[in-house]
Design a protein around this ligand. Structure first.
Ligand code: AMP
Ligand code: MG
Length: 475
């Protein structure tokens, strides 16, 4: 049965896209298809063939288009970015009535490609597949991977020719902060209102008939992003390219490029080869999300109040409130990791202080806590270069714990995250034609809380002294 697709974006948002086809490829092949996700969305798996999943041969139900958006990239504004190498096929509505975009990345050049070749290559496509599926399993709002395919030709990149590839992904929507900036900077007030009403209908339908809906909508977006970034912080996740075009309205994590998980705790952790200033370092992510949300508020000012001063005051409240919500969300995330019913700010702040400069593996710290609470602090102690501060902190923690705390900690903290050295090794193997290491890693991170006998290597940081691996944008 051909895929049933709806096209609300194409219907409602004229001026925000160009109709566009995928490219013809020499030999489209499925590398990996997420049949569990397909079934969850009610899709006929047989319809998801390599032609559809690469944009090579689309069903008649598709109405493919390239989306327009603007964005601040590393702080500098581009009035027109847009999908340079991606197309939206349309939307599916699942049995719960939820609407999902089906989107292909790497499907060829579009009118928004600027200098780019419109292509994606296998390594970055698999990286997004793996990390987005890990994030989903870890309970973080995220786009999902539906399939990774190769195109049958080769694409020139830094390290020579690499297999061309396409990622098919699913998202609650692809509306970004940059989507709003696109119309706002053009001064197209009517279109901006249309876009805001579309976003509200799609993500916050309960606000649709509220007179105050635009400011309420901003509060919702800010609250979602505050929650998402707090969850990133609780996992040591570094997104790497928090440009406003990579910040969603849905709150989903999107556009996995040079992202990675931190092993040893250091707020200055950066993986991206192009982030020389550390703008998007682990510890900067909260400040950056507020900066991006401020750009969204700015874009919506004309809809908030005809009086600009009043509009600015109300928008500023959104950011101030989001900062409070973020702090509460962040404390909640770490309270849960510590197995505590209520956050204890001093304990959580002190824990971060305790890690500083100690080379503590972030993920292992939490896995070592249950034993430490039960009186065996050896493996916890071993994570520290200098463990002198540990006993005092542990005593405060013990005082807040009860008999069930160790079990709660064990249930709340992943054993397996996509360790960057393992991701890197598995992608190198995949490029050389061996998918086995990638599939083994994927299996671990899709069930991150379940320890598997003999899989201890997957739970360990890179050996000490290994140079930190640099990651590259998914280009
Ligand atoms: P990203 O950093 O992947 O979110 O991409 C930023 C912008 O550059 C988006 O507008 C992309 O569509 C575009 N882009 C990235 N790589 C390419 C490419 N190889 N060809 C065309 N456009 C690209
Ligand atoms: Mg992007």
């Amino acid at each position: 049965m051909p895929l049933t697709l709806d096209h609300s974006y194409a219907r409602d948002l004229k001026g925000l896209y160009v109709p566009w086809q995928g490219q013809d490829w020499p030999d489209p092949q499925i590398v990996l298809r997420n049949d569990a996700l397909a079934r969850r969305l009610g899709l006929d798996v047989a319809a998801l063939d390599a032609g559809l999943l690469t944009g090579h041969a689309l069903p008649a139900t598709a109405r493919p288009l390239a989306m327009a958006y603007a964005g601040h990239q590393f702080g500098g504004f581009s009035p027109q970015l847009g999908d340079g190498r991606a197309i939206l096929l349309g939307e599916v509505v699942d049995s719960d009535g939820a609407r999902w975009d089906i989107h292909l990345k790497g499907s060829g050049r579009t009118p928004f490609a600027r200098g780019g070749d419109g292509r994606a290559v296998l390594g970055p496509v698999l990286r997004e597949y793996l990390i987005s599926e890990a994030m989903a399993a870890l309970g973080v709002p995220t786009t999902r991977a539906l399939a990774a395919c190769t195109t049958g030709d080769r694409v020139l990149r830094q390290n020579g020719l690499e297999p061309g590839a396409v990622l098919a992904r699913v998202a609650a929507s692809h509306l970004r902060v940059g989507t709003f900036q696109f119309f706002a900077t053009r001064g197209e007030g009517d279109k901006l209102r249309q876009l805001a009403d579309y976003a509200i209908a799609r993500h916050d339908p309960d606000l649709s008939d509220t007179p105050d809906r635009y400011i309420q909508f901003l509060h919702r977006v800010a609250a979602r992003q505050a929650q998402t970034v707090a969850q990133w912080m609780g996992l040591g996740f570094v997104h790497g390219v928090m440009n406003t075009d990579n910040t969603t309205i849905s709150g989903e994590t999107i556009d996995y490029g040079p992202c990675a998980f931190m092993d040893r705790y250091d707020p200055a952790t950066v993986f991206s080869s192009i982030d020389h200033q550390g703008r998007y370092a682990y510890g900067n992510q909260p400040a950056i999300i507020f900066w991006n949300l401020a750009r969204l508020c700015e874009s919506l000012l004309p809809l908030i109040d005809a009086d600009e001063d009043r509009a600015i005051a109300r928008a500023s409240d959104v950011i101030a409130q989001a900062q409070e919500e973020y702090r509460a969300a962040w404390l909640g995330v770490f309270a849960r990791k510590l197995g505590l019913a209520a956050p204890d700010a001093a304990l959580i702040d002190d824990m971060h202080q305790l890690w500083t400069g100690q080379g503590v593996d972030f993920t292992s710290f939490f896995r070592a806590l249950p034993d430490a609470l039960r009186g065996n602090a050896g493996s916890l102690r071993a994570l520290f270069d200098d463990d002198r501060g540990l006993d005092a902190w542990l005593a405060s923690y013990q005082a807040l714990s009860d008999a069930d705390t160790p079990d709660r900690v064990a249930a709340a903290n992943p054993v397996y995250i996509p360790r960057n050295h393992l991701v890197d090794a598995s992608l190198n193997a995949a490029n050389a034609g061996d998918m086995a290491p990638f599939l083994a890693l994927l299996a671990r991170v899709q069930a991150p809380f379940t320890p598997v006998a003999g899989a201890d290597d997957y739970a360990q940081p890179a050996p000490r002294g290994t140079p930190e691996l640099v990651t590259y944008c998914g280009t």
